[in-house]
Design a protein around this ligand. Sequence first.
Ligand SMILES: NC(=O)c1ccc[n+]([C@@H]2O[C@H](COP(=O)([O-])OP(=O)(O)OC[C@H]3O[C@@H](n4cnc5c(N)ncnc54)[C@H](OP(=O)(O)O)[C@@H]3O)[C@@H](O)[C@H]2O)c1
Length: 298
Amino acid sequence: MRVAVTGGTGFIGGHLAACLARRGHDLVLIARGVDRSDHGLRLVAGSALVHASVIDGSRLRDAFAGCDAVFHLAGITAPRGAQTFEAVHVAGTAAAVEAARAVGVPRFAMVSSRFAAPDAPHPLFETKWRAEEIVRDAGIEHTILRSAAVYGRGDHVVNAVARAVTTRTVYPLDLRRRLLRPLAVADLVTVLAASLDDSRLVRSTVTVEGPDEVAVADLVRVVAMALRRKPVCVRVPRWLHPFDRGAIPVMVDGSAPPTALPTATATLPADLAPRIRFTVGAIVDSLPSPAARPAAVV
Ligand SMILES: NC(=O)c1ccc[n+]([C@@H]2O[C@H](COP(=O)([O-])OP(=O)(O)OC[C@H]3O[C@@H](n4cnc5c(N)ncnc54)[C@H](OP(=O)(O)O)[C@@H]3O)[C@@H](O)[C@H]2O)c1
């Protein structure tokens, strides 16, 4: 199959592209080409990279032409200039759906957040909700995966915590006790790849979460164990949180479980249920090699 992936150069997009390439699919990866933080994930043989914004409908139509499926993964966690949540998540999703329909792409899958909701406390999750609604209302053969925070090589959660516990001896935690179900990127990619041809996932919105429920404090502890560190964790009010701009990203800290799930939400088929446990071993696999890690502050 010929498959387009918006955000195909990002963390999840890179892992998905590698999986689809291994299965013999031809890939069109679409991104502006701005994020160049981990080139290792992007060198997927046999893929074409199209430098375009998801807001540019005509570039998307050209990129999607002849494709059998679109995976829509382009997204942001912080606004910057014209890259607002409204522009990338809402207008970008509307443009992607429209372009897929215009050139007759039969399958459309999107990664949303488990915390997307109309009354979400952070605009990231509120705009993700509106993006979901655009896809659900478009009348296309779609799959929406409402994902928990995802970890793996090149991620934005475990690696951010790892940087913090490597360079600091004190780790500040929010006063609120937030529970998470971290999802291994390999498990998410398995479900995404299945959505290409598994009829059980057509016209469905499903929540995808890891098998283990962990508090943020436990997540920090497991990451620290993987790095053989022993940070002192202290609970401080959010306004005193010195790592607010980095250590625990908005995917974790700005999120809250939605008060009501979308009516369309279905249960993930049991054989596709995530299985990778949140263990020290899984975390070690998510981290750069020791030589590539930041030096500890002594
Ligand atoms: N990571 C998680 O824990 C998690 C959890 C739930 C849901 N999700 C969702 O999954 C998707 C992928 O997440 P990720 O962690 O892989 O994100 P990521 O690593 O930040 O990658 C984002 C990708 O989107 C591209 N992008 C950003 N703005 C764009 C634009 N205007 N036009 C085209 N491409 C654009 C980026 O490339 P350029 O910047 O070069 O354009 C990059 O390829 C996102 O939609 C995110 O909301 C992620």
